[in-house]
Ligand binder design. Sequence first.
Ligand code: AMP
Length: 396
Amino acid sequence: MKTIEDFNFKDKKALVRVDFNVPQSADLKVTDNSRIQAVKPTIEKILKDGGSVILMTHLGRPQGKHLDEFSLKNIVPEIEQVLGAPVKFCPDCMGEDATKMTGNLKPGEILLLENLRFYEEEEKGDSQFAEKLAKYADAYVNDAFGTAHREHASTAVIAKYFPSTKFFGLLMAKELEAINKVLGSGEKPVTAILGGSKVSTKITIIENILPAVDNLIIGGGMAFTFIKALGGKIGKSLLEEDKMGLALEIIEKAKAQNVKLYLPVDAIIADEFSNDAERKEEEIYDIPDGWMGMDVGKKTQELFNDVIMNSRTILWNGPVGVFEMPNFSAGTIALGDSIAEATKLGAFSLVGGGDSVAFVKHFGYENKVSYVSTGGGAMLESLEGKELPGIAAINS
Ligand code: AMP
C-alpha cells in the first residue's frame, strides 16, 4: 500500500481529494465536523514535510450547476477552526483563478478549491477535467474513503496523471487496514455480526466474509427469514419469503466452511410496529400470530455476549433490533456493550457499512470500539469483496 508516509512533500504541491461532504444546518453551518477531523493527520504530514496542500471535495448534489447553497466557502471557517490554520479559498475549481491560485501557493499553505460537482464532468469521470485538475500539483493523494467506491474524475480517473506520485492518505490507509484485519489478517477468532432489516442487502457480504470468519452472528429483522426457513413460527415479523432458500444455503455454506452461525434464540415481540406497542419476550421459534420480533431477548444477549467475549477480531454491521424505538433498543445496546468490553480487553473491533455509524454515534460507542468506518457505501462494497475504483487507481 503506497501511502503519504512513503514520500517527502518538501516543496511539492499535493492535490488531496478529501470527503468534506459534511452535514449543514439551515444557515449552512457545519453540524458535524468528523469528516474534516478525519483527514487532519494527512494535511499535517504534508505541511510538516514542507509541502503545500490543495484540497478538493464535493458537497451535496449540485448536479453540475454552481449553486450557492453548495458552495464550499460556507464551510471554510469550520475547516480553519479544525485545522487550526488559515485556508485560502478558490471560487472555482477550474479556470484562470484556479491556475493562478494553485500556481502561487507557497509551502505551508492550504488552498481549498470550490465544489468539484459544480462541473458535471466530475461525476462523469471526465478525463480532460481530471487532467486539468492534475496540472495544479506534483502529487495526488486520495484520502476520501467515503467516495472511493465511485469512479469519478477526482477520486479515480485523475490518478493516471500521477504515475509515480499517487498515494493513499492516512485515513484511507486506516480504513484499508481495518478491512484487511476483518477479512484476513486479523487475530482469530474472527466474529462478524450482521444485523439490520434485510437479508437481500447483506447477502453478498455474508458470502464474501464466510471464508474469513470463525463466527457469524445474524440478528435484526433479517434473522426472521432464517428462523422461518428453519421451520420456526415468526408471526408477522419481517420476512423476505423469496430469500428463505438462500438463508438455508448460507446455513449449509457456513457448516461446510466450519463457520459457527449464531441466530437469536429469543425475541422481544410487539403487537404492532410502534414504540408504544404491547410487548413481551418469547422464544424465537414460537412467535404467535399477530406479533412481530422487534429486538433480541435476554438469552440471545447472553449468547451473543459469550461469542463476542471470546473473539479477537470483530466486525459489526447493523443493529439487532429496531434501535430507533427506545423500547426495542436494549438488544443493540447490550451488543454494543459486549463489543466495547471485548475491545477494552484487547480485541480489534470495526464498525461500519451503511448506516452502522448512525447507531454507534447514537449510543456513544464511537470511542469504545477500535475503528468506526467513515464510508458507509464504500465499506459495504469493500466487505462485499469489490475492488473500489478509488483504491484500484492508486494501486495500479
Ligand atoms: P440496515 O439499513 O439494513 O442496516 O437496517 C437498519 C434497520 O433495521 C434499522 O432501521 C432497524 O430499525 C431495522 N431493524 C432491526 N431489527 C429489526 C426488526 N426486528 N424488525 C424490523 N426492523 C428491524
